[in-house]
Ligand binder design. Structure first.
Ligand code: GCW
Length: 645
């Protein structure tokens, strides 16, 4: 049977494969399995289904695979796997750990039943591994049902109401558990009027979703509007006792409906959302008011640091959006209550293809910090372009130890879950890197391939690696030279527009003129942003000679003839990478076309092929606009004499 025929993520008809289709459970289901312990309903149901399908049996003792709750010392969610020659044993100290252990066996496959090995312990690097959905309850007139969503509608909401059929929420929960995610928000951080009511009048809706997530050990969090108390009190001043009491009462109500509720996510004083500045208070005052209400219940506040001036004057060269998060938050270190987590975008600006790591992450030693990455591909091809993001996230997550990553989800009600079928790998990789940041992105991709297309010939994996491994750098090649970002069409952010944002209030990103390009963010002559880094990095970025090439134009304004570490000039690099990037995309399309469609299922193969056509078109447009723009600015010809329009 070809994988295209599988229902995925459980038995959901019409949905095309994601990881863990029933066939991927064969290593478990074809054996005898015994399960020991209480609170293991989900584990038992998974095992029973797998055995029903693959001919194995659930037995009381004497099994090939023993799954047991016992006193092993793994910590929450951890598990221990051992094999003594004939029996593979997975032991965990809590039911979540045993579920993760079961999915681990599915991932490892037959190898879990091979040579004997001593107990190996698996523990997540982070206790909380969270996905945020930017889903609107009402269809927003500009942003639609899902803000920056490229996968159809919301899995949870449909035109103002909770979906009538929530079958796919259960399937989604299963997929998330199988990659390690254990916390989810189901509404947009831009909390509009209807969504504000989720906290109060429409609590039953989120309680219903929480009930579906719970069997897979996923806790519900909610994005809330800082101004929610205004409707009742006329104020949301976080230091006003009535406001604090309002949050305490509302939060008690939430926990009465959802006893294991995780907490709140807040976007405040950002892009028009209300916040503490409106009352002359700061972000610690704001976050602490909500944190105090959650603390008695064990909940947390994720308070976003994405605060900047989106009404700046492009003529003013001292304002630098990159500086903003640090300026607003670093001085507050030490003032947040213990259950506040400051949620920081991985780069200082906004999920661009290439940014340095945000200096704020290292600047708050006394505060829990979560790093936020964008799984939904707003700035990385909008799930029309292949862009496997694990290599980018891995660079950040493996070097920085924080409270736990947060990803903006890319899933929706699309039959492939993620619009572009290959974008499923980003969702999977987010969960795996949140669990184990040191994993090699190529191995993570191998896992996704193995779980999505179990038992297929090697050519499937080879093709997927060829198309995906370097796709992030390829996307960078044709869109964002040497750290320049935001050359996108304003509003929807798809496709090239070099000056689209250059003279707008949202920030200025390339400063190209006839002599040179790049943003001078040095302390010596620029905006001083480099000074926000710890000394070693500050020195590295401050020096035009030492700054890594890929970030050169993020930190420096240089002449077009400036020579890079590889000996080429900036302008020639811009030409070369754009031609090479567009060529690489054409090669990706050819490679995909050579894969027999039935190996991945005809629908899957066709959707990827269609989207690769669009990526080839899009990459050529990027190449032509960027090379033409910089040729016209600089007057420097391409050393290889290629055609620049
Ligand atoms: O990059 C921007 C997006 C907005 C988003 C914002 C944020 C939810 O364009 O759509 O709003 O980031 O992260 O809050």
């Amino acid at each position: 049977m070809s994988p295209g025929g599988f229902a995925s993520g459980g038995d959901v008809t019409g949905v095309h494969p994601a990881w863990l289709p029933p066939e991927a459970m064969r290593p478990i289901g074809a054996r005898t399995v015994s399960v020991h312990g209480d609170g293991l309903d989900t584990v038992r149901a998974e095992v029973r289904q797998a055995c029903d399908r693959h001919g194995g049996a659930v037995v009381a003792g004497g099994a090939d695979l023993v799954l047991t709750l016992s006193g092993v010392d793994t910590g929450p969610d951890g598990f221990v796997v051992s094999r003594d020659g004939v029996v593979t044993t997975v032991a965990a100290e809590d039911p979540a750990g045993l579920l993760y252990g079961l999915f681990h066996v599915a991932r490892v496959g037959e190898a879990a039943f091979g040579a004997p090995h001593p107990p190996g312990t698996h523990r997540p690097a982070h206790g909380r591994r969270m996905l945020d959905h930017w889903d609107n309850v009402d269809v927003h007139p500009v942003m639609g049902q899902v803000e920056r969503g490229y996968s159809g509608g919301s899995l949870f909401w449909d035109g103002g109401a909770l979906r009538a059929d929530l079958t796919r929420v259960t399937a989604y929960a299963r997929l998330l558990a199988a990659c390690g995610v254990n916390a989810v928000t189901v509404n947009n951080v831009n909390v509009h009027a209807t969504e504000t009511l989720l906290l109060t009048d429409r609590l039953a809706d989120i309680a219903t979703i929480a009930d579906l997530l719970r069997p897979y050990h996923i806790r519900m969090h909610l994005a809330v509007n800082f101004a929610a108390p205004v409707a009742d009190l006329g104020t949301a001043d976080p230091l006003d006792a009535r406001v604090q009491a309002w949050w305490a009462t509302a939060t008690d109500g939430v926990y009465a409906a959802i006893p294991d509720f995780g907490g709140y996510v807040v976007k405040a004083d950002s892009e028009g959302q209300p916040g503490p500045y409106g009352y002359g208070r700061d972000h610690a005052d704001g976050a602490n008011a909500l944190a105090a209400a959650l603390a008695p219940h064990g909940g947390v506040v994720h308070w976003r640091a994405f605060v900047y001036d989106h009404r700046q004057d492009w003529r003013d060269r001292t304002t630098d959006r990159a500086r903003a998060a640090y300026e607003h938050f670093a001085p507050l270190d030490g003032r947040f209550l213990g259950n506040v987590i400051v949620q920081v975008k991985h780069g200082p600006i906004d999920f661009q293809v290439r940014e340095p790591v945000s200096p704020l992450i290292a600047a708050m030693p006394a505060t829990d910090v979560a790093v936020e990455v964008q799984v939904t591909q707003e700035y990385t091809g909008q799930q029309r372009h292949v862009c496997y993001l694990a290599p980018m996230w891995s660079e950040v997550l493996r070097t920085i130890r924080t409270a736990g990553p947060v990803g903006v989800s890319n899933a929706g009600d699309d039959p492939f879950w993620t619009g572009h079928p290959l974008a499923q790998a980003n969702l999977y990789a987010f969960g795996r890197l949140a669990w184990a940041p040191d994993l090699d992105p190529r191995e993570v991709l191998d896992e996704w391939i193995g779980l999505t297309f179990p038992g297929t010939p090697d050519v499937v994996g080879e093709t997927l690696h060829a198309v995906m491994d370097d796709s992030w750098r390829t996307y960078e090649d044709y869109t964002a030279p040497l750290g320049v970002g935001f050359m996108v069409r304003p509003g929807h952010h798809y496709g090239p527009d070099v000056d689209g944002y250059e003279y707008t209030p949202w920030g200025t990103y390339h400063f190209a003129d006839r002599d040179g390009v790049g943003v001078d963010r040095t302390c010596a002559t620029g905006t001083g942003f480099t000074g926000q880094y710890p000394p070693v990095l500050a020195r590295l970025y401050e020096s035009v000679h030492d700054c890594p090439d890929e970030l050169l134009l993020f930190f420096h304004h240089v002449p077009y003839g400036h020579v890079l570490h590889d000996g080429g000039t900036v302008i020639q690099h811009i030409y070369d990478t754009h031609f090479a990037g567009a060529d690489a995309v054409a090669a990706m399309r050819d490679r995909w076309a050579a894969l027999p469609a039935d190996l991945v299922g005809p629908a899957f193969a066709a959707r990827v092929a269609d989207l690769l056509d669009e990526q080839v078109r899009g990459a050529a447009e990027w190449r032509d606009q960027i090379t033409a723009y910089f040729f016209r600015k600089s007057g420097v010809r391409d050393a290889h004499g290629r055609r620049i329009p």
